[in-house]
Write a protein that binds this ligand. Structure first.
Ligand code: D41
Length: 671
């Protein structure tokens, strides 16, 4: 057996190496399970010998406590900005100036061509090979200290891959979000009723700005490095291409499409090729960057007003077009959010005809000073909804009208409200707003809520179109005849649906509360309310202090609960549901909050008798807390098959680890 010190060092080496192979080279050589085993071994050694836990340990990516704000960081060497070229002429002009200054009018300059990633510029600082600080570019002189957030990006090495690191090494690059990561992030934002990000760049910026690095860790950010900042204790590479190779050798991800181009013609070819390949890259680029390859030539050229004379960005033509705003309407979404949408004179932008464009919210309208009748620039970026980029002010006519937020919902007439600290206006109509009701019914019927088998989104739309359902309560008035009249509905499916609706009457208070679709109350919030209050009446009667006395229910969620039940329409729907026979078994309310209150459990691994969700619900019903992470406060960990690192953590903290049989004994089988 190796000494712990030696084994920890060896595990660092192995884990760094394998995570580099996996995330940077995209070429793993061991299985995830083997990786996890080593990771757990390291965690348990670190738990045994806390002195051996260092900031560059692979276990230290996530877990730093949330911050109150970001400190400002002075860049040792300013992060320069980039000049732009918008045409081939401007690019040729750049090349001419470079050759003139270098007194090389006769020959071609060697450039390096790089895709221009559409993200956020950042700097990563390593001291003696260890990652010590990460910062945003900010204004170029100083940015924000986002070290803990950057640390969670697996592509970033916590340690340089070299035996003899320089005293200081600063790498610079761009943090961005792939289209895949962006789509799945927005899907989950929308699923939990939060506004989606407008584009991957905003999503990347928002993710890097999280005060709680654990949130950043869930965001799947990417990074590419393209330059050096302060370097002390080693010779600088002689060319940009060498610098990129050095970055790659040190373990950093470097963009695959970077190319050396001899002369400006080759640069222009690169620009055109990248323009064509742009849709299939899987991430946004907004142009290409050309840099003089030779560092000594870069020095000779120097910079003017913070932009180097030796580099230029050639931007892709924006997919923009001019048109007229004919009117503005407010669309009502699932949570009642009102989104102003401009109806446009149809215009061709980036390959499609656009006749609607989002104005996002009232703040954006104000900021851009958009009015009805204005001539505007419409922008389309990738597969994002078209937006109004700006107003062509000199074309503004006398009659241009300011856009006013309606006081009442355009669909249901209930008052519109903007909550303090929020930008989105919302319809307060809740379950009685026709626009919200369809989404509400879909949510009510969904698997994790009332679990009505066979009632999919499409059928909800059809039933609502036929005006058979105007609220969730109407579901319980449906009969076979009515359902059978829907397109492609047979006798059997109709019968099955009615049966499924009938079955859903017997539910749990947690599912019912979740199914109501109260803002800010997700599945676990609903379970907490149910187990804490035990009855619907008690939840409806709860005041702010009663609600916020529950761990994990903050003032915003508490306000949402009160606002929901204060609405007479919502209360009428709840009454109608109860009158239709929706009920919660008494066993639930009797046991709640007593048997296991004060205990906190962690579930890990695959369970066989029930799913982890079922076990979690049951534990919560019995008054226990169920947490995602093991700490000294954990009562016990229940581990199913192939459990993760939580078991090691529990063992190192002396928290009991029990099996599924013990869990079954504690909470009984699922009914
Ligand atoms: O991909 C990029 N967004 C990118 C940005 C790049 N590939 N190279 C860059 N090079 C520079 C200089 C030449 C000044 C070192 C840049 C940027 N700057 C840059 N990004 C944001 C501001 C400047």
């Amino acid at each position: 057996m190796k000494k712990p010190v030696a084994r920890v060092a060896q595990l660092h080496e192995l884990l760094h190496d394998h995570s580099h192979r996996y995330y940077v080279l995209d070429n793993p050589s061991i299985s995830d399970a083997e990786y996890d085993d080593m990771f757990r071994e390291l965690q348990s050694l670190e738990a045994q010998f806390p002195d051996l836990q260092t900031p560059d340990s692979p276990t230290q990516r996530v877990g730093a406590p949330p911050l109150d704000g970001f400190d400002s960081v002075q860049h040792a060497i300013p992060m320069l900005s980039l000049g732009n070229a918008f045409s081939q002429d401007e690019l040729n002009e750049f090349d001419r100036r470079v050759r003139e200054r270098l007194e090389r009018e006769g020959d071609e300059v060697i450039y390096v061509a790089e895709p221009k990633l559409d993200g956020l510029a950042i700097s990563l600082r390593y001291e003696h090979g260890v990652f010590v600080q990460g910062a945003t570019r900010g204004d170029g002189r100083s940015g924000e200290n986002v070290t803990e957030n950057l640390r969670t990006i697996e592509m970033i090495p916590l340690k340089l891959r070299t035996a003899s690191p320089p005293a200081v090494f600063e790498a610079r690059g761009e943090v961005f979000m792939s289209h895949d990561a962006f789509k799945s992030l927005n899907a989950s934002m929308q699923a939990s009723g939060k506004p989606a990000f407008v584009n991957p760049r905003n999503a990347a910026a928002g993710s890097l700005r999280q005060l709680d690095s654990r949130k950043t860790a869930q965001r799947r950010l990417s990074i590419n490095l393209y330059g050096l900042g302060e370097v002390i204790g080693m010779d600088l590479p002689p060319t940009q291409m060498d610098a990129l190779h050095l970055l790659a050798a040190y373990g950093f991800p470097v963009n695959n499409d970077i190319q050396r181009c001899d002369g400006i013609e080759a640069c222009f070819d690169f620009y055109q090729t990248m323009g064509q390949r742009r849709p299939e890259l899987g991430y946004d680029i907004d142009g290409v960057v050309f840099k003089v390859d030779s560092i000594s030539e870069q020095r000779e050229l120097g910079f003017v007003s913070r932009a180097p004379r030796w580099a230029i960005a050639q931007k892709f033509p924006a997919e923009e077009a001019q048109t007229l705003i004919e009117s503005v309407e407010f669309q009502v979404g699932r949570t009642g959010a009102l989104t102003p949408v401009a109806r446009l004179q149809p215009v061709f932008v980036g390959g499609v005809t656009v006749s609607n464009a989002t104005l996002h919210n009232m703040d954006e309208i104000e900021r851009k000073d958009i009015r009805v009748g204005d001539t505007v620039i419409v922008r389309r970026a990738g597969d994002v909804i078209p937006e109004v980029a700006r107003v062509v002010k000199y074309k503004r006519k006398h009659g241009a009208r300011k856009i006013k937020l309606p006081q009442h919902c355009p669909v249901c007439g209930n008052p519109v409200q903007i909550r303090e600290g929020e930008v989105k206006a919302r319809c307060t109509g809740g379950l009685r707003c026709a626009a919200q009701v369809r989404e509400a019914i879909k949510h009510f019927a969904s698997r994790r809520a009332m679990d009505i088998d066979g009632l999919g989104d499409k059928l909800v739309e059809q039933l609502a179109d036929a005006e058979l359902i105007n609220s969730v309560a109407d579901l319980y008035t449906l009969d076979v005849e009515a359902v059978k009249a829907m397109p492609r509905m047979g006798e059997i499916s109709a019968n099955n649906l009615i049966k499924a609706i009938d079955t859903s009457r017997r539910t749990t208070l947690a599912r019912f509360l979740f199914g109501l679709g109260i803002r800010d109350i997700g599945e676990s919030g609903a379970a907490l309310l149910a187990s804490h209050f035990g009855s619907l009446e008690a939840v409806m009667a709860a005041d702010e202090s009663a609600l916020t006395s529950i761990d994990d229910i903050g003032p915003i969620a508490a306000d949402s609960v009160q606002t929901f039940f204060a609405n007479a329409d919502n209360r009428a729907v709840v009454d109608a549901l109860l009158a239709a026979g929706v009920e919660f078994p008494t066993t639930e309310t009797m046991q709640v909050g007593t048997l296991l209150s004060g205990n906190t459990y962690v579930l890990t691994g695959t369970l066989t008798v029930f799913t982890r969700d079922q076990a979690k619900q049951k534990l919560q019903l019995l008054g226990a807390k169920v947490s995602g992470s093991v700490s000294g406060k954990t009562t016990a960990v229940f581990a199913g098959d192939s459990p993760g690192s939580k078991v090691t953590k529990a063992e190192s903290l002396g928290v009991p680890v029990l099996d599924e049989a013990a869990l079954l004994e504690l909470i009984g089988p699922v009914e």
